[in-house]
Write a protein that binds this ligand. Structure first.
Ligand code: SAM
Length: 276
């Protein structure tokens, strides 16, 4: 399409000072940027959304490939820069808002999948992921740069230290496909930690369905709030010895030993018991 010449981008931080409170680490590695944009493979047939466009490292090359892009940026100065961007401003709808409170359903258009991506501010990535999970089925896919530690938690297996509430709720709603590790030197300023990019695909049809997802959330939260205790202790609000028996679950297990399928089974057992 070539609406702008990449060499003329406005991405150099120049005299712009990154704001720590907004988790601003700007991508500056062109190889990493192309790999991410190629993997996202933006298309006009979808409603595309970028969270935290910043100085436009991903925004500019994405706008080379599609006609229109929605961006959500909390920083007034950066939103303003994008409003005045010489090459892509007319392609953007800019929401100067906090992504944590953003109602993503308002972007959903009929017969168009919603696709979301971003190099997420690390300080809010976990609550933001939980917020996005609540829009699950209306989103086709998400590509996010995250702290590597958060990606490790999203893809963790049971019986490991990374396995927790984010793992279980994430894997309950979505398929997780990590695809790239990114060193601190790929950003300005460099973060202190490694990063990784993951593709997250909400299931059309979940492998296991909880009848009451809020209840499942509460059970998972209660068991990981006391992750060192046995589930007999941490789930005592929900299950007694007979219940463990009926479920065929060893009450001496701990939160991290329970699979997603077992959490769903526990939640459905309690829902059905409450209905009786
Ligand atoms: N996409 C750019 C890049 O890759 O260079 C910037 C990434 S930087 C890690 C995170 C961006 O998210 C910043 O532009 C920051 O201002 C923005 N941001 C931080 N908190 C936000 C929030 N709650 N809602 C929307 N944007 C936010």
């Amino acid at each position: 399409m070539g609406r702008y010449k990449p060499k003329q981008n406005l991405r150099t931080t120049g005299n712009y000072h990154a704001k720590k409170q907004f988790g601003q680490n700007f991508l500056c590695d062109e190889n990493i940027i192309s790999t991410i944009v190629n993997t996202i493979s933006p298309q006009d047939s979808a409603t595309m959304v970028e969270i935290g466009p910043g100085l436009g490292a991903l925004t500019e090359p994405v706008c080379e490939r599609i006609k229109h892009l929605n961006v959500i940026e909390i920083d007034r100065d950066l939103a303003d820069r994008l409003r005045h961007h010489p090459f892509i401003r007319e392609q953007l709808t800019i929401y100067e808002e906090d992504a944590l409170n953003f109602d993503f359903s308002k972007l959903k258009e009929e017969n168009k999948p919603l696709r979301i991506y971003g190099n997420l501010p690390y300080n809010i990535s976990t609550p933001l992921l939980f917020h996005l999970l609540s829009f699950g089925s209306m989103i086709q896919d998400m590509h996010f740069m995250l702290q590597k530690e958060v990606v490790d938690r999203l893809i963790a297996a049971p019986n490991t230290k990374d396995y927790g509430k984010l793992t279980i709720m994430g894997q309950y709603y979505c398929r997780m496909m990590p695809f790239l590790e990114v060193p601190p030197s790929s950003f300005t300023p460099s973060p202190k930690v490694d990063s990784a990019v993951i593709k997250i695909i909400p299931y059309d049809k979940k492998p296991y369905t909880a009848e009451n997802e809020k209840l499942m959330n509460r059970i998972v939260a209660a068991s990981f709030n006391q992750r060192r205790k046995t589930i007999a202790n941490s789930m005592s609000e929900f299950l007694n010895a007979d219940d463990f028996n009926a479920l065929g679950l060893d009450p001496k297990l701990r939160a991290e030993n329970i699979t997603v399928e077992q959490y769903v089974r526990i939640a459905n057992y309690i829902s059905q018991r409450e209905e009786q």
